[in-house]
Design a protein around this ligand. Structure first.
Ligand code: FAD
Length: 455
């Protein structure tokens, strides 16, 4: 029977009038993949998901799942088969007593934060407000307050999954635990459709506070000496990031690019926050070109800041690397690449993790297994299609230059087509092998696409 008759949502075929505009809307990135699924299915219920999976299996069609379409490399847009779009599934329930939220896939970070704030609760939301829980949590989830709340997928207590045989099952520590193991980090290679996430939530920090110092990029060596010293002193509830970006207009005659050191304290009182951020106030470097200390930054403000750095409507090529090397070695190499970036909108950021998280010893066993003290994430950002090649070449050569210092990648933000090994290198070897064994067990006929670039 035709799929449209089996579902309450909508099935759009290649060739239908609205197909091309819907296909375009499936990717957040303005750099749209040149790939065309045969059928785009916008499901309206869990039962629609079951019907679509059964239809695909019966007709030997492959499925690519789409949550909010924020994958930088457009992982859910494949050639042929079905694109299963979950964007209509966007409800949230909160149980404040149990500190658990039950979330459908396409609830954005901002929506989730506002809903939880009604109960004075929070979650390790991703940094950008429009990213949904869907692919963010499955990929691992490097979010706000990572030092204290950890990688987001470890707050995934259970999930509802439609498996390749069309069954809707609960996966938790007690039942179908292998599926929970995989859902915690397999991201764009998960072999099922997650329709509900049961998430542990946390008391909302009452005094989220940010301090930042901006330096000319030419001063990087001394900045890094100071940052290395400071990083060891910050408590885990302070998130420390270095950002390379173009100089803001008032500084453009002094330097083309700047380095911004930002620390956000997820504290409960203003006193606790200013105490934790005091190394910024007492920074011995006097050559900063801008400084903002102890600014109140509730989640909405944090989200707005990130939104301004990653505006919608631009073309993006993004990739990343985890490194155990010395901060100065990694970031000097990054600087040498950054100054060659073809677009002035380009950004590079480096998240410095507290040692107790970075050594991975506190992480439960799960697919998510690649982590290191330094996370470098580079974003080539530009407007004009004629600049696609130089920007994509730049991101690829930048990550290549960092490779000798790298231990692996973060699958949730990886440029998967860059190299066939990109997905495998986003996991520890044993975890990758187990993931591939589980894929064979739960999806023997390959109903779901595996990682983009690896098939
Ligand atoms: C502006 C921006 C900022 C970002 N910031 C962060 C950040 O701070 N931290 C971070 O960790 N990541 C960040 N990301 C990356 C983001 O978390 C991933 O791209 C994630 O996949 C987005 O979720 P999505 O549902 O939109 O993914 P989609 O693009 O919809 O899907 C990507 C893939 O994930 C899988 N998938 C998604 N949902 C499901 C599901 N329900 N069931 C089964 N498989 C599914 C599918 O294989 C799919 O191909 C950012 C991305 C953008 C564009």
């Amino acid at each position: 029977m035709e799929l449209q008759k089996r579902i309450s949502g909508r099935a759009v075929h290649i060739g239908d009038e609205e197909y091309e505009s819907i296909r375009h809307s499936m990717a957040w990135n303005a750099l749209k993949p040149d790939r065309r699924p045969e059928l785009i299915v916008q499901v309206a219920s869990d039962q629609d998901v079951v019907e679509t999976v059964n239809f695909a299996r019966e007709n030997k069609m492959k499925i690519a799942v789409r949550g909010g379409g924020h994958s930088w490399c457009g992982s859910s847009i494949r050639d042929g088969g079905i694109l299963l779009d979950l964007s209509r599934l966007n409800a949230v329930e909160v149980d404040p007593e149990k500190r658990v939220a039950i979330v459908q896939p396409v609830v954005t970070n901002r929506e989730f934060a506002r809903k939880l704030a009604e109960h004075d609760l929070a979650f390790p939301f991703g940094h950008c407000p429009s990213v949904p829980i869907s692919g963010y949590v499955l990929g691992g989830g490097l979010g706000w307050n990572i030092g204290l709340w950890g990688v987001a997928c470890f707050s995934l207590l259970a999930l509802d999954v439609v498996t390749a045989d069309g069954k809707l099952v609960r996966a938790s520590e007690d039942e179908n635990s292998e599926l929970l193991w995989a859902a915690r980090g397999s991201g764009p290679g998960f072999f099922g459709v997650a329709t509900k996430y049961y998430l542990r939530v946390y008391p909302l920090p009452k005094a989220i506070t940010t301090s930042m110092l901006m330096f000319l990029l030419d001063n990087l060596p001394e900045v890094l000496t100071w940052v290395e010293e400071v990083a060891g002193k910050l408590p885990p509830f302070v998130e420390l990031t270095l950002l390379f970006t173009s100089a803001p207009p008032p500084l453009a005659d002094q330097c083309k690019q700047v380095c911004i050191v930002v620390a956000t304290a997820f504290a409960d009182t203003a006193h606790m926050a200013s105490d934790a951020l005091s190394p910024f106030e007492s920074c011995p470097l006097e050559n900063y070109v801008m400084r903002d200390l102890n600014a109140g930054t509730p989640f909405d403000v944090l989200f707005d800041t990130i939104n301004s750095l990653f505006p919608e409507g631009k073309r993006y090529a993004v990739d990343n690397i985890w490194s155990h090397a010395q901060l100065a070695t990694v970031l000097s190499t990054l600087r040498d690449q950054f100054i060659k970036a073809p677009s002035p909108h380009t950004l590079a950021l480096s998240l410095i993790l507290p040692p107790q998280l970075a050594n991975g010893l506190q992480m439960p066993d799960a697919a998510f297994s690649m982590i290191a003290p330094i996370y470098v994430d580079c974003s080539a950002i530009w407007d004009d299609a004629s600049q696609d090649k130089p920007n994509i070449d730049w991101i690829r050569s930048t990550i290549q230059a960092l490779e000798p210092m790298g231990v692996g990648h973060y699958v949730g933000e990886a440029d998967l087509p860059a190299h066939p090994s990109r997905s495998a290198r986003s996991f520890k070897q044993l975890n990758w092998e187990r993931l591939e064994e589980l894929r064979k067990k739960y999806d023997p006929a390959g109903v779901f696409h595996s990682y983009l670039g690896s098939e």
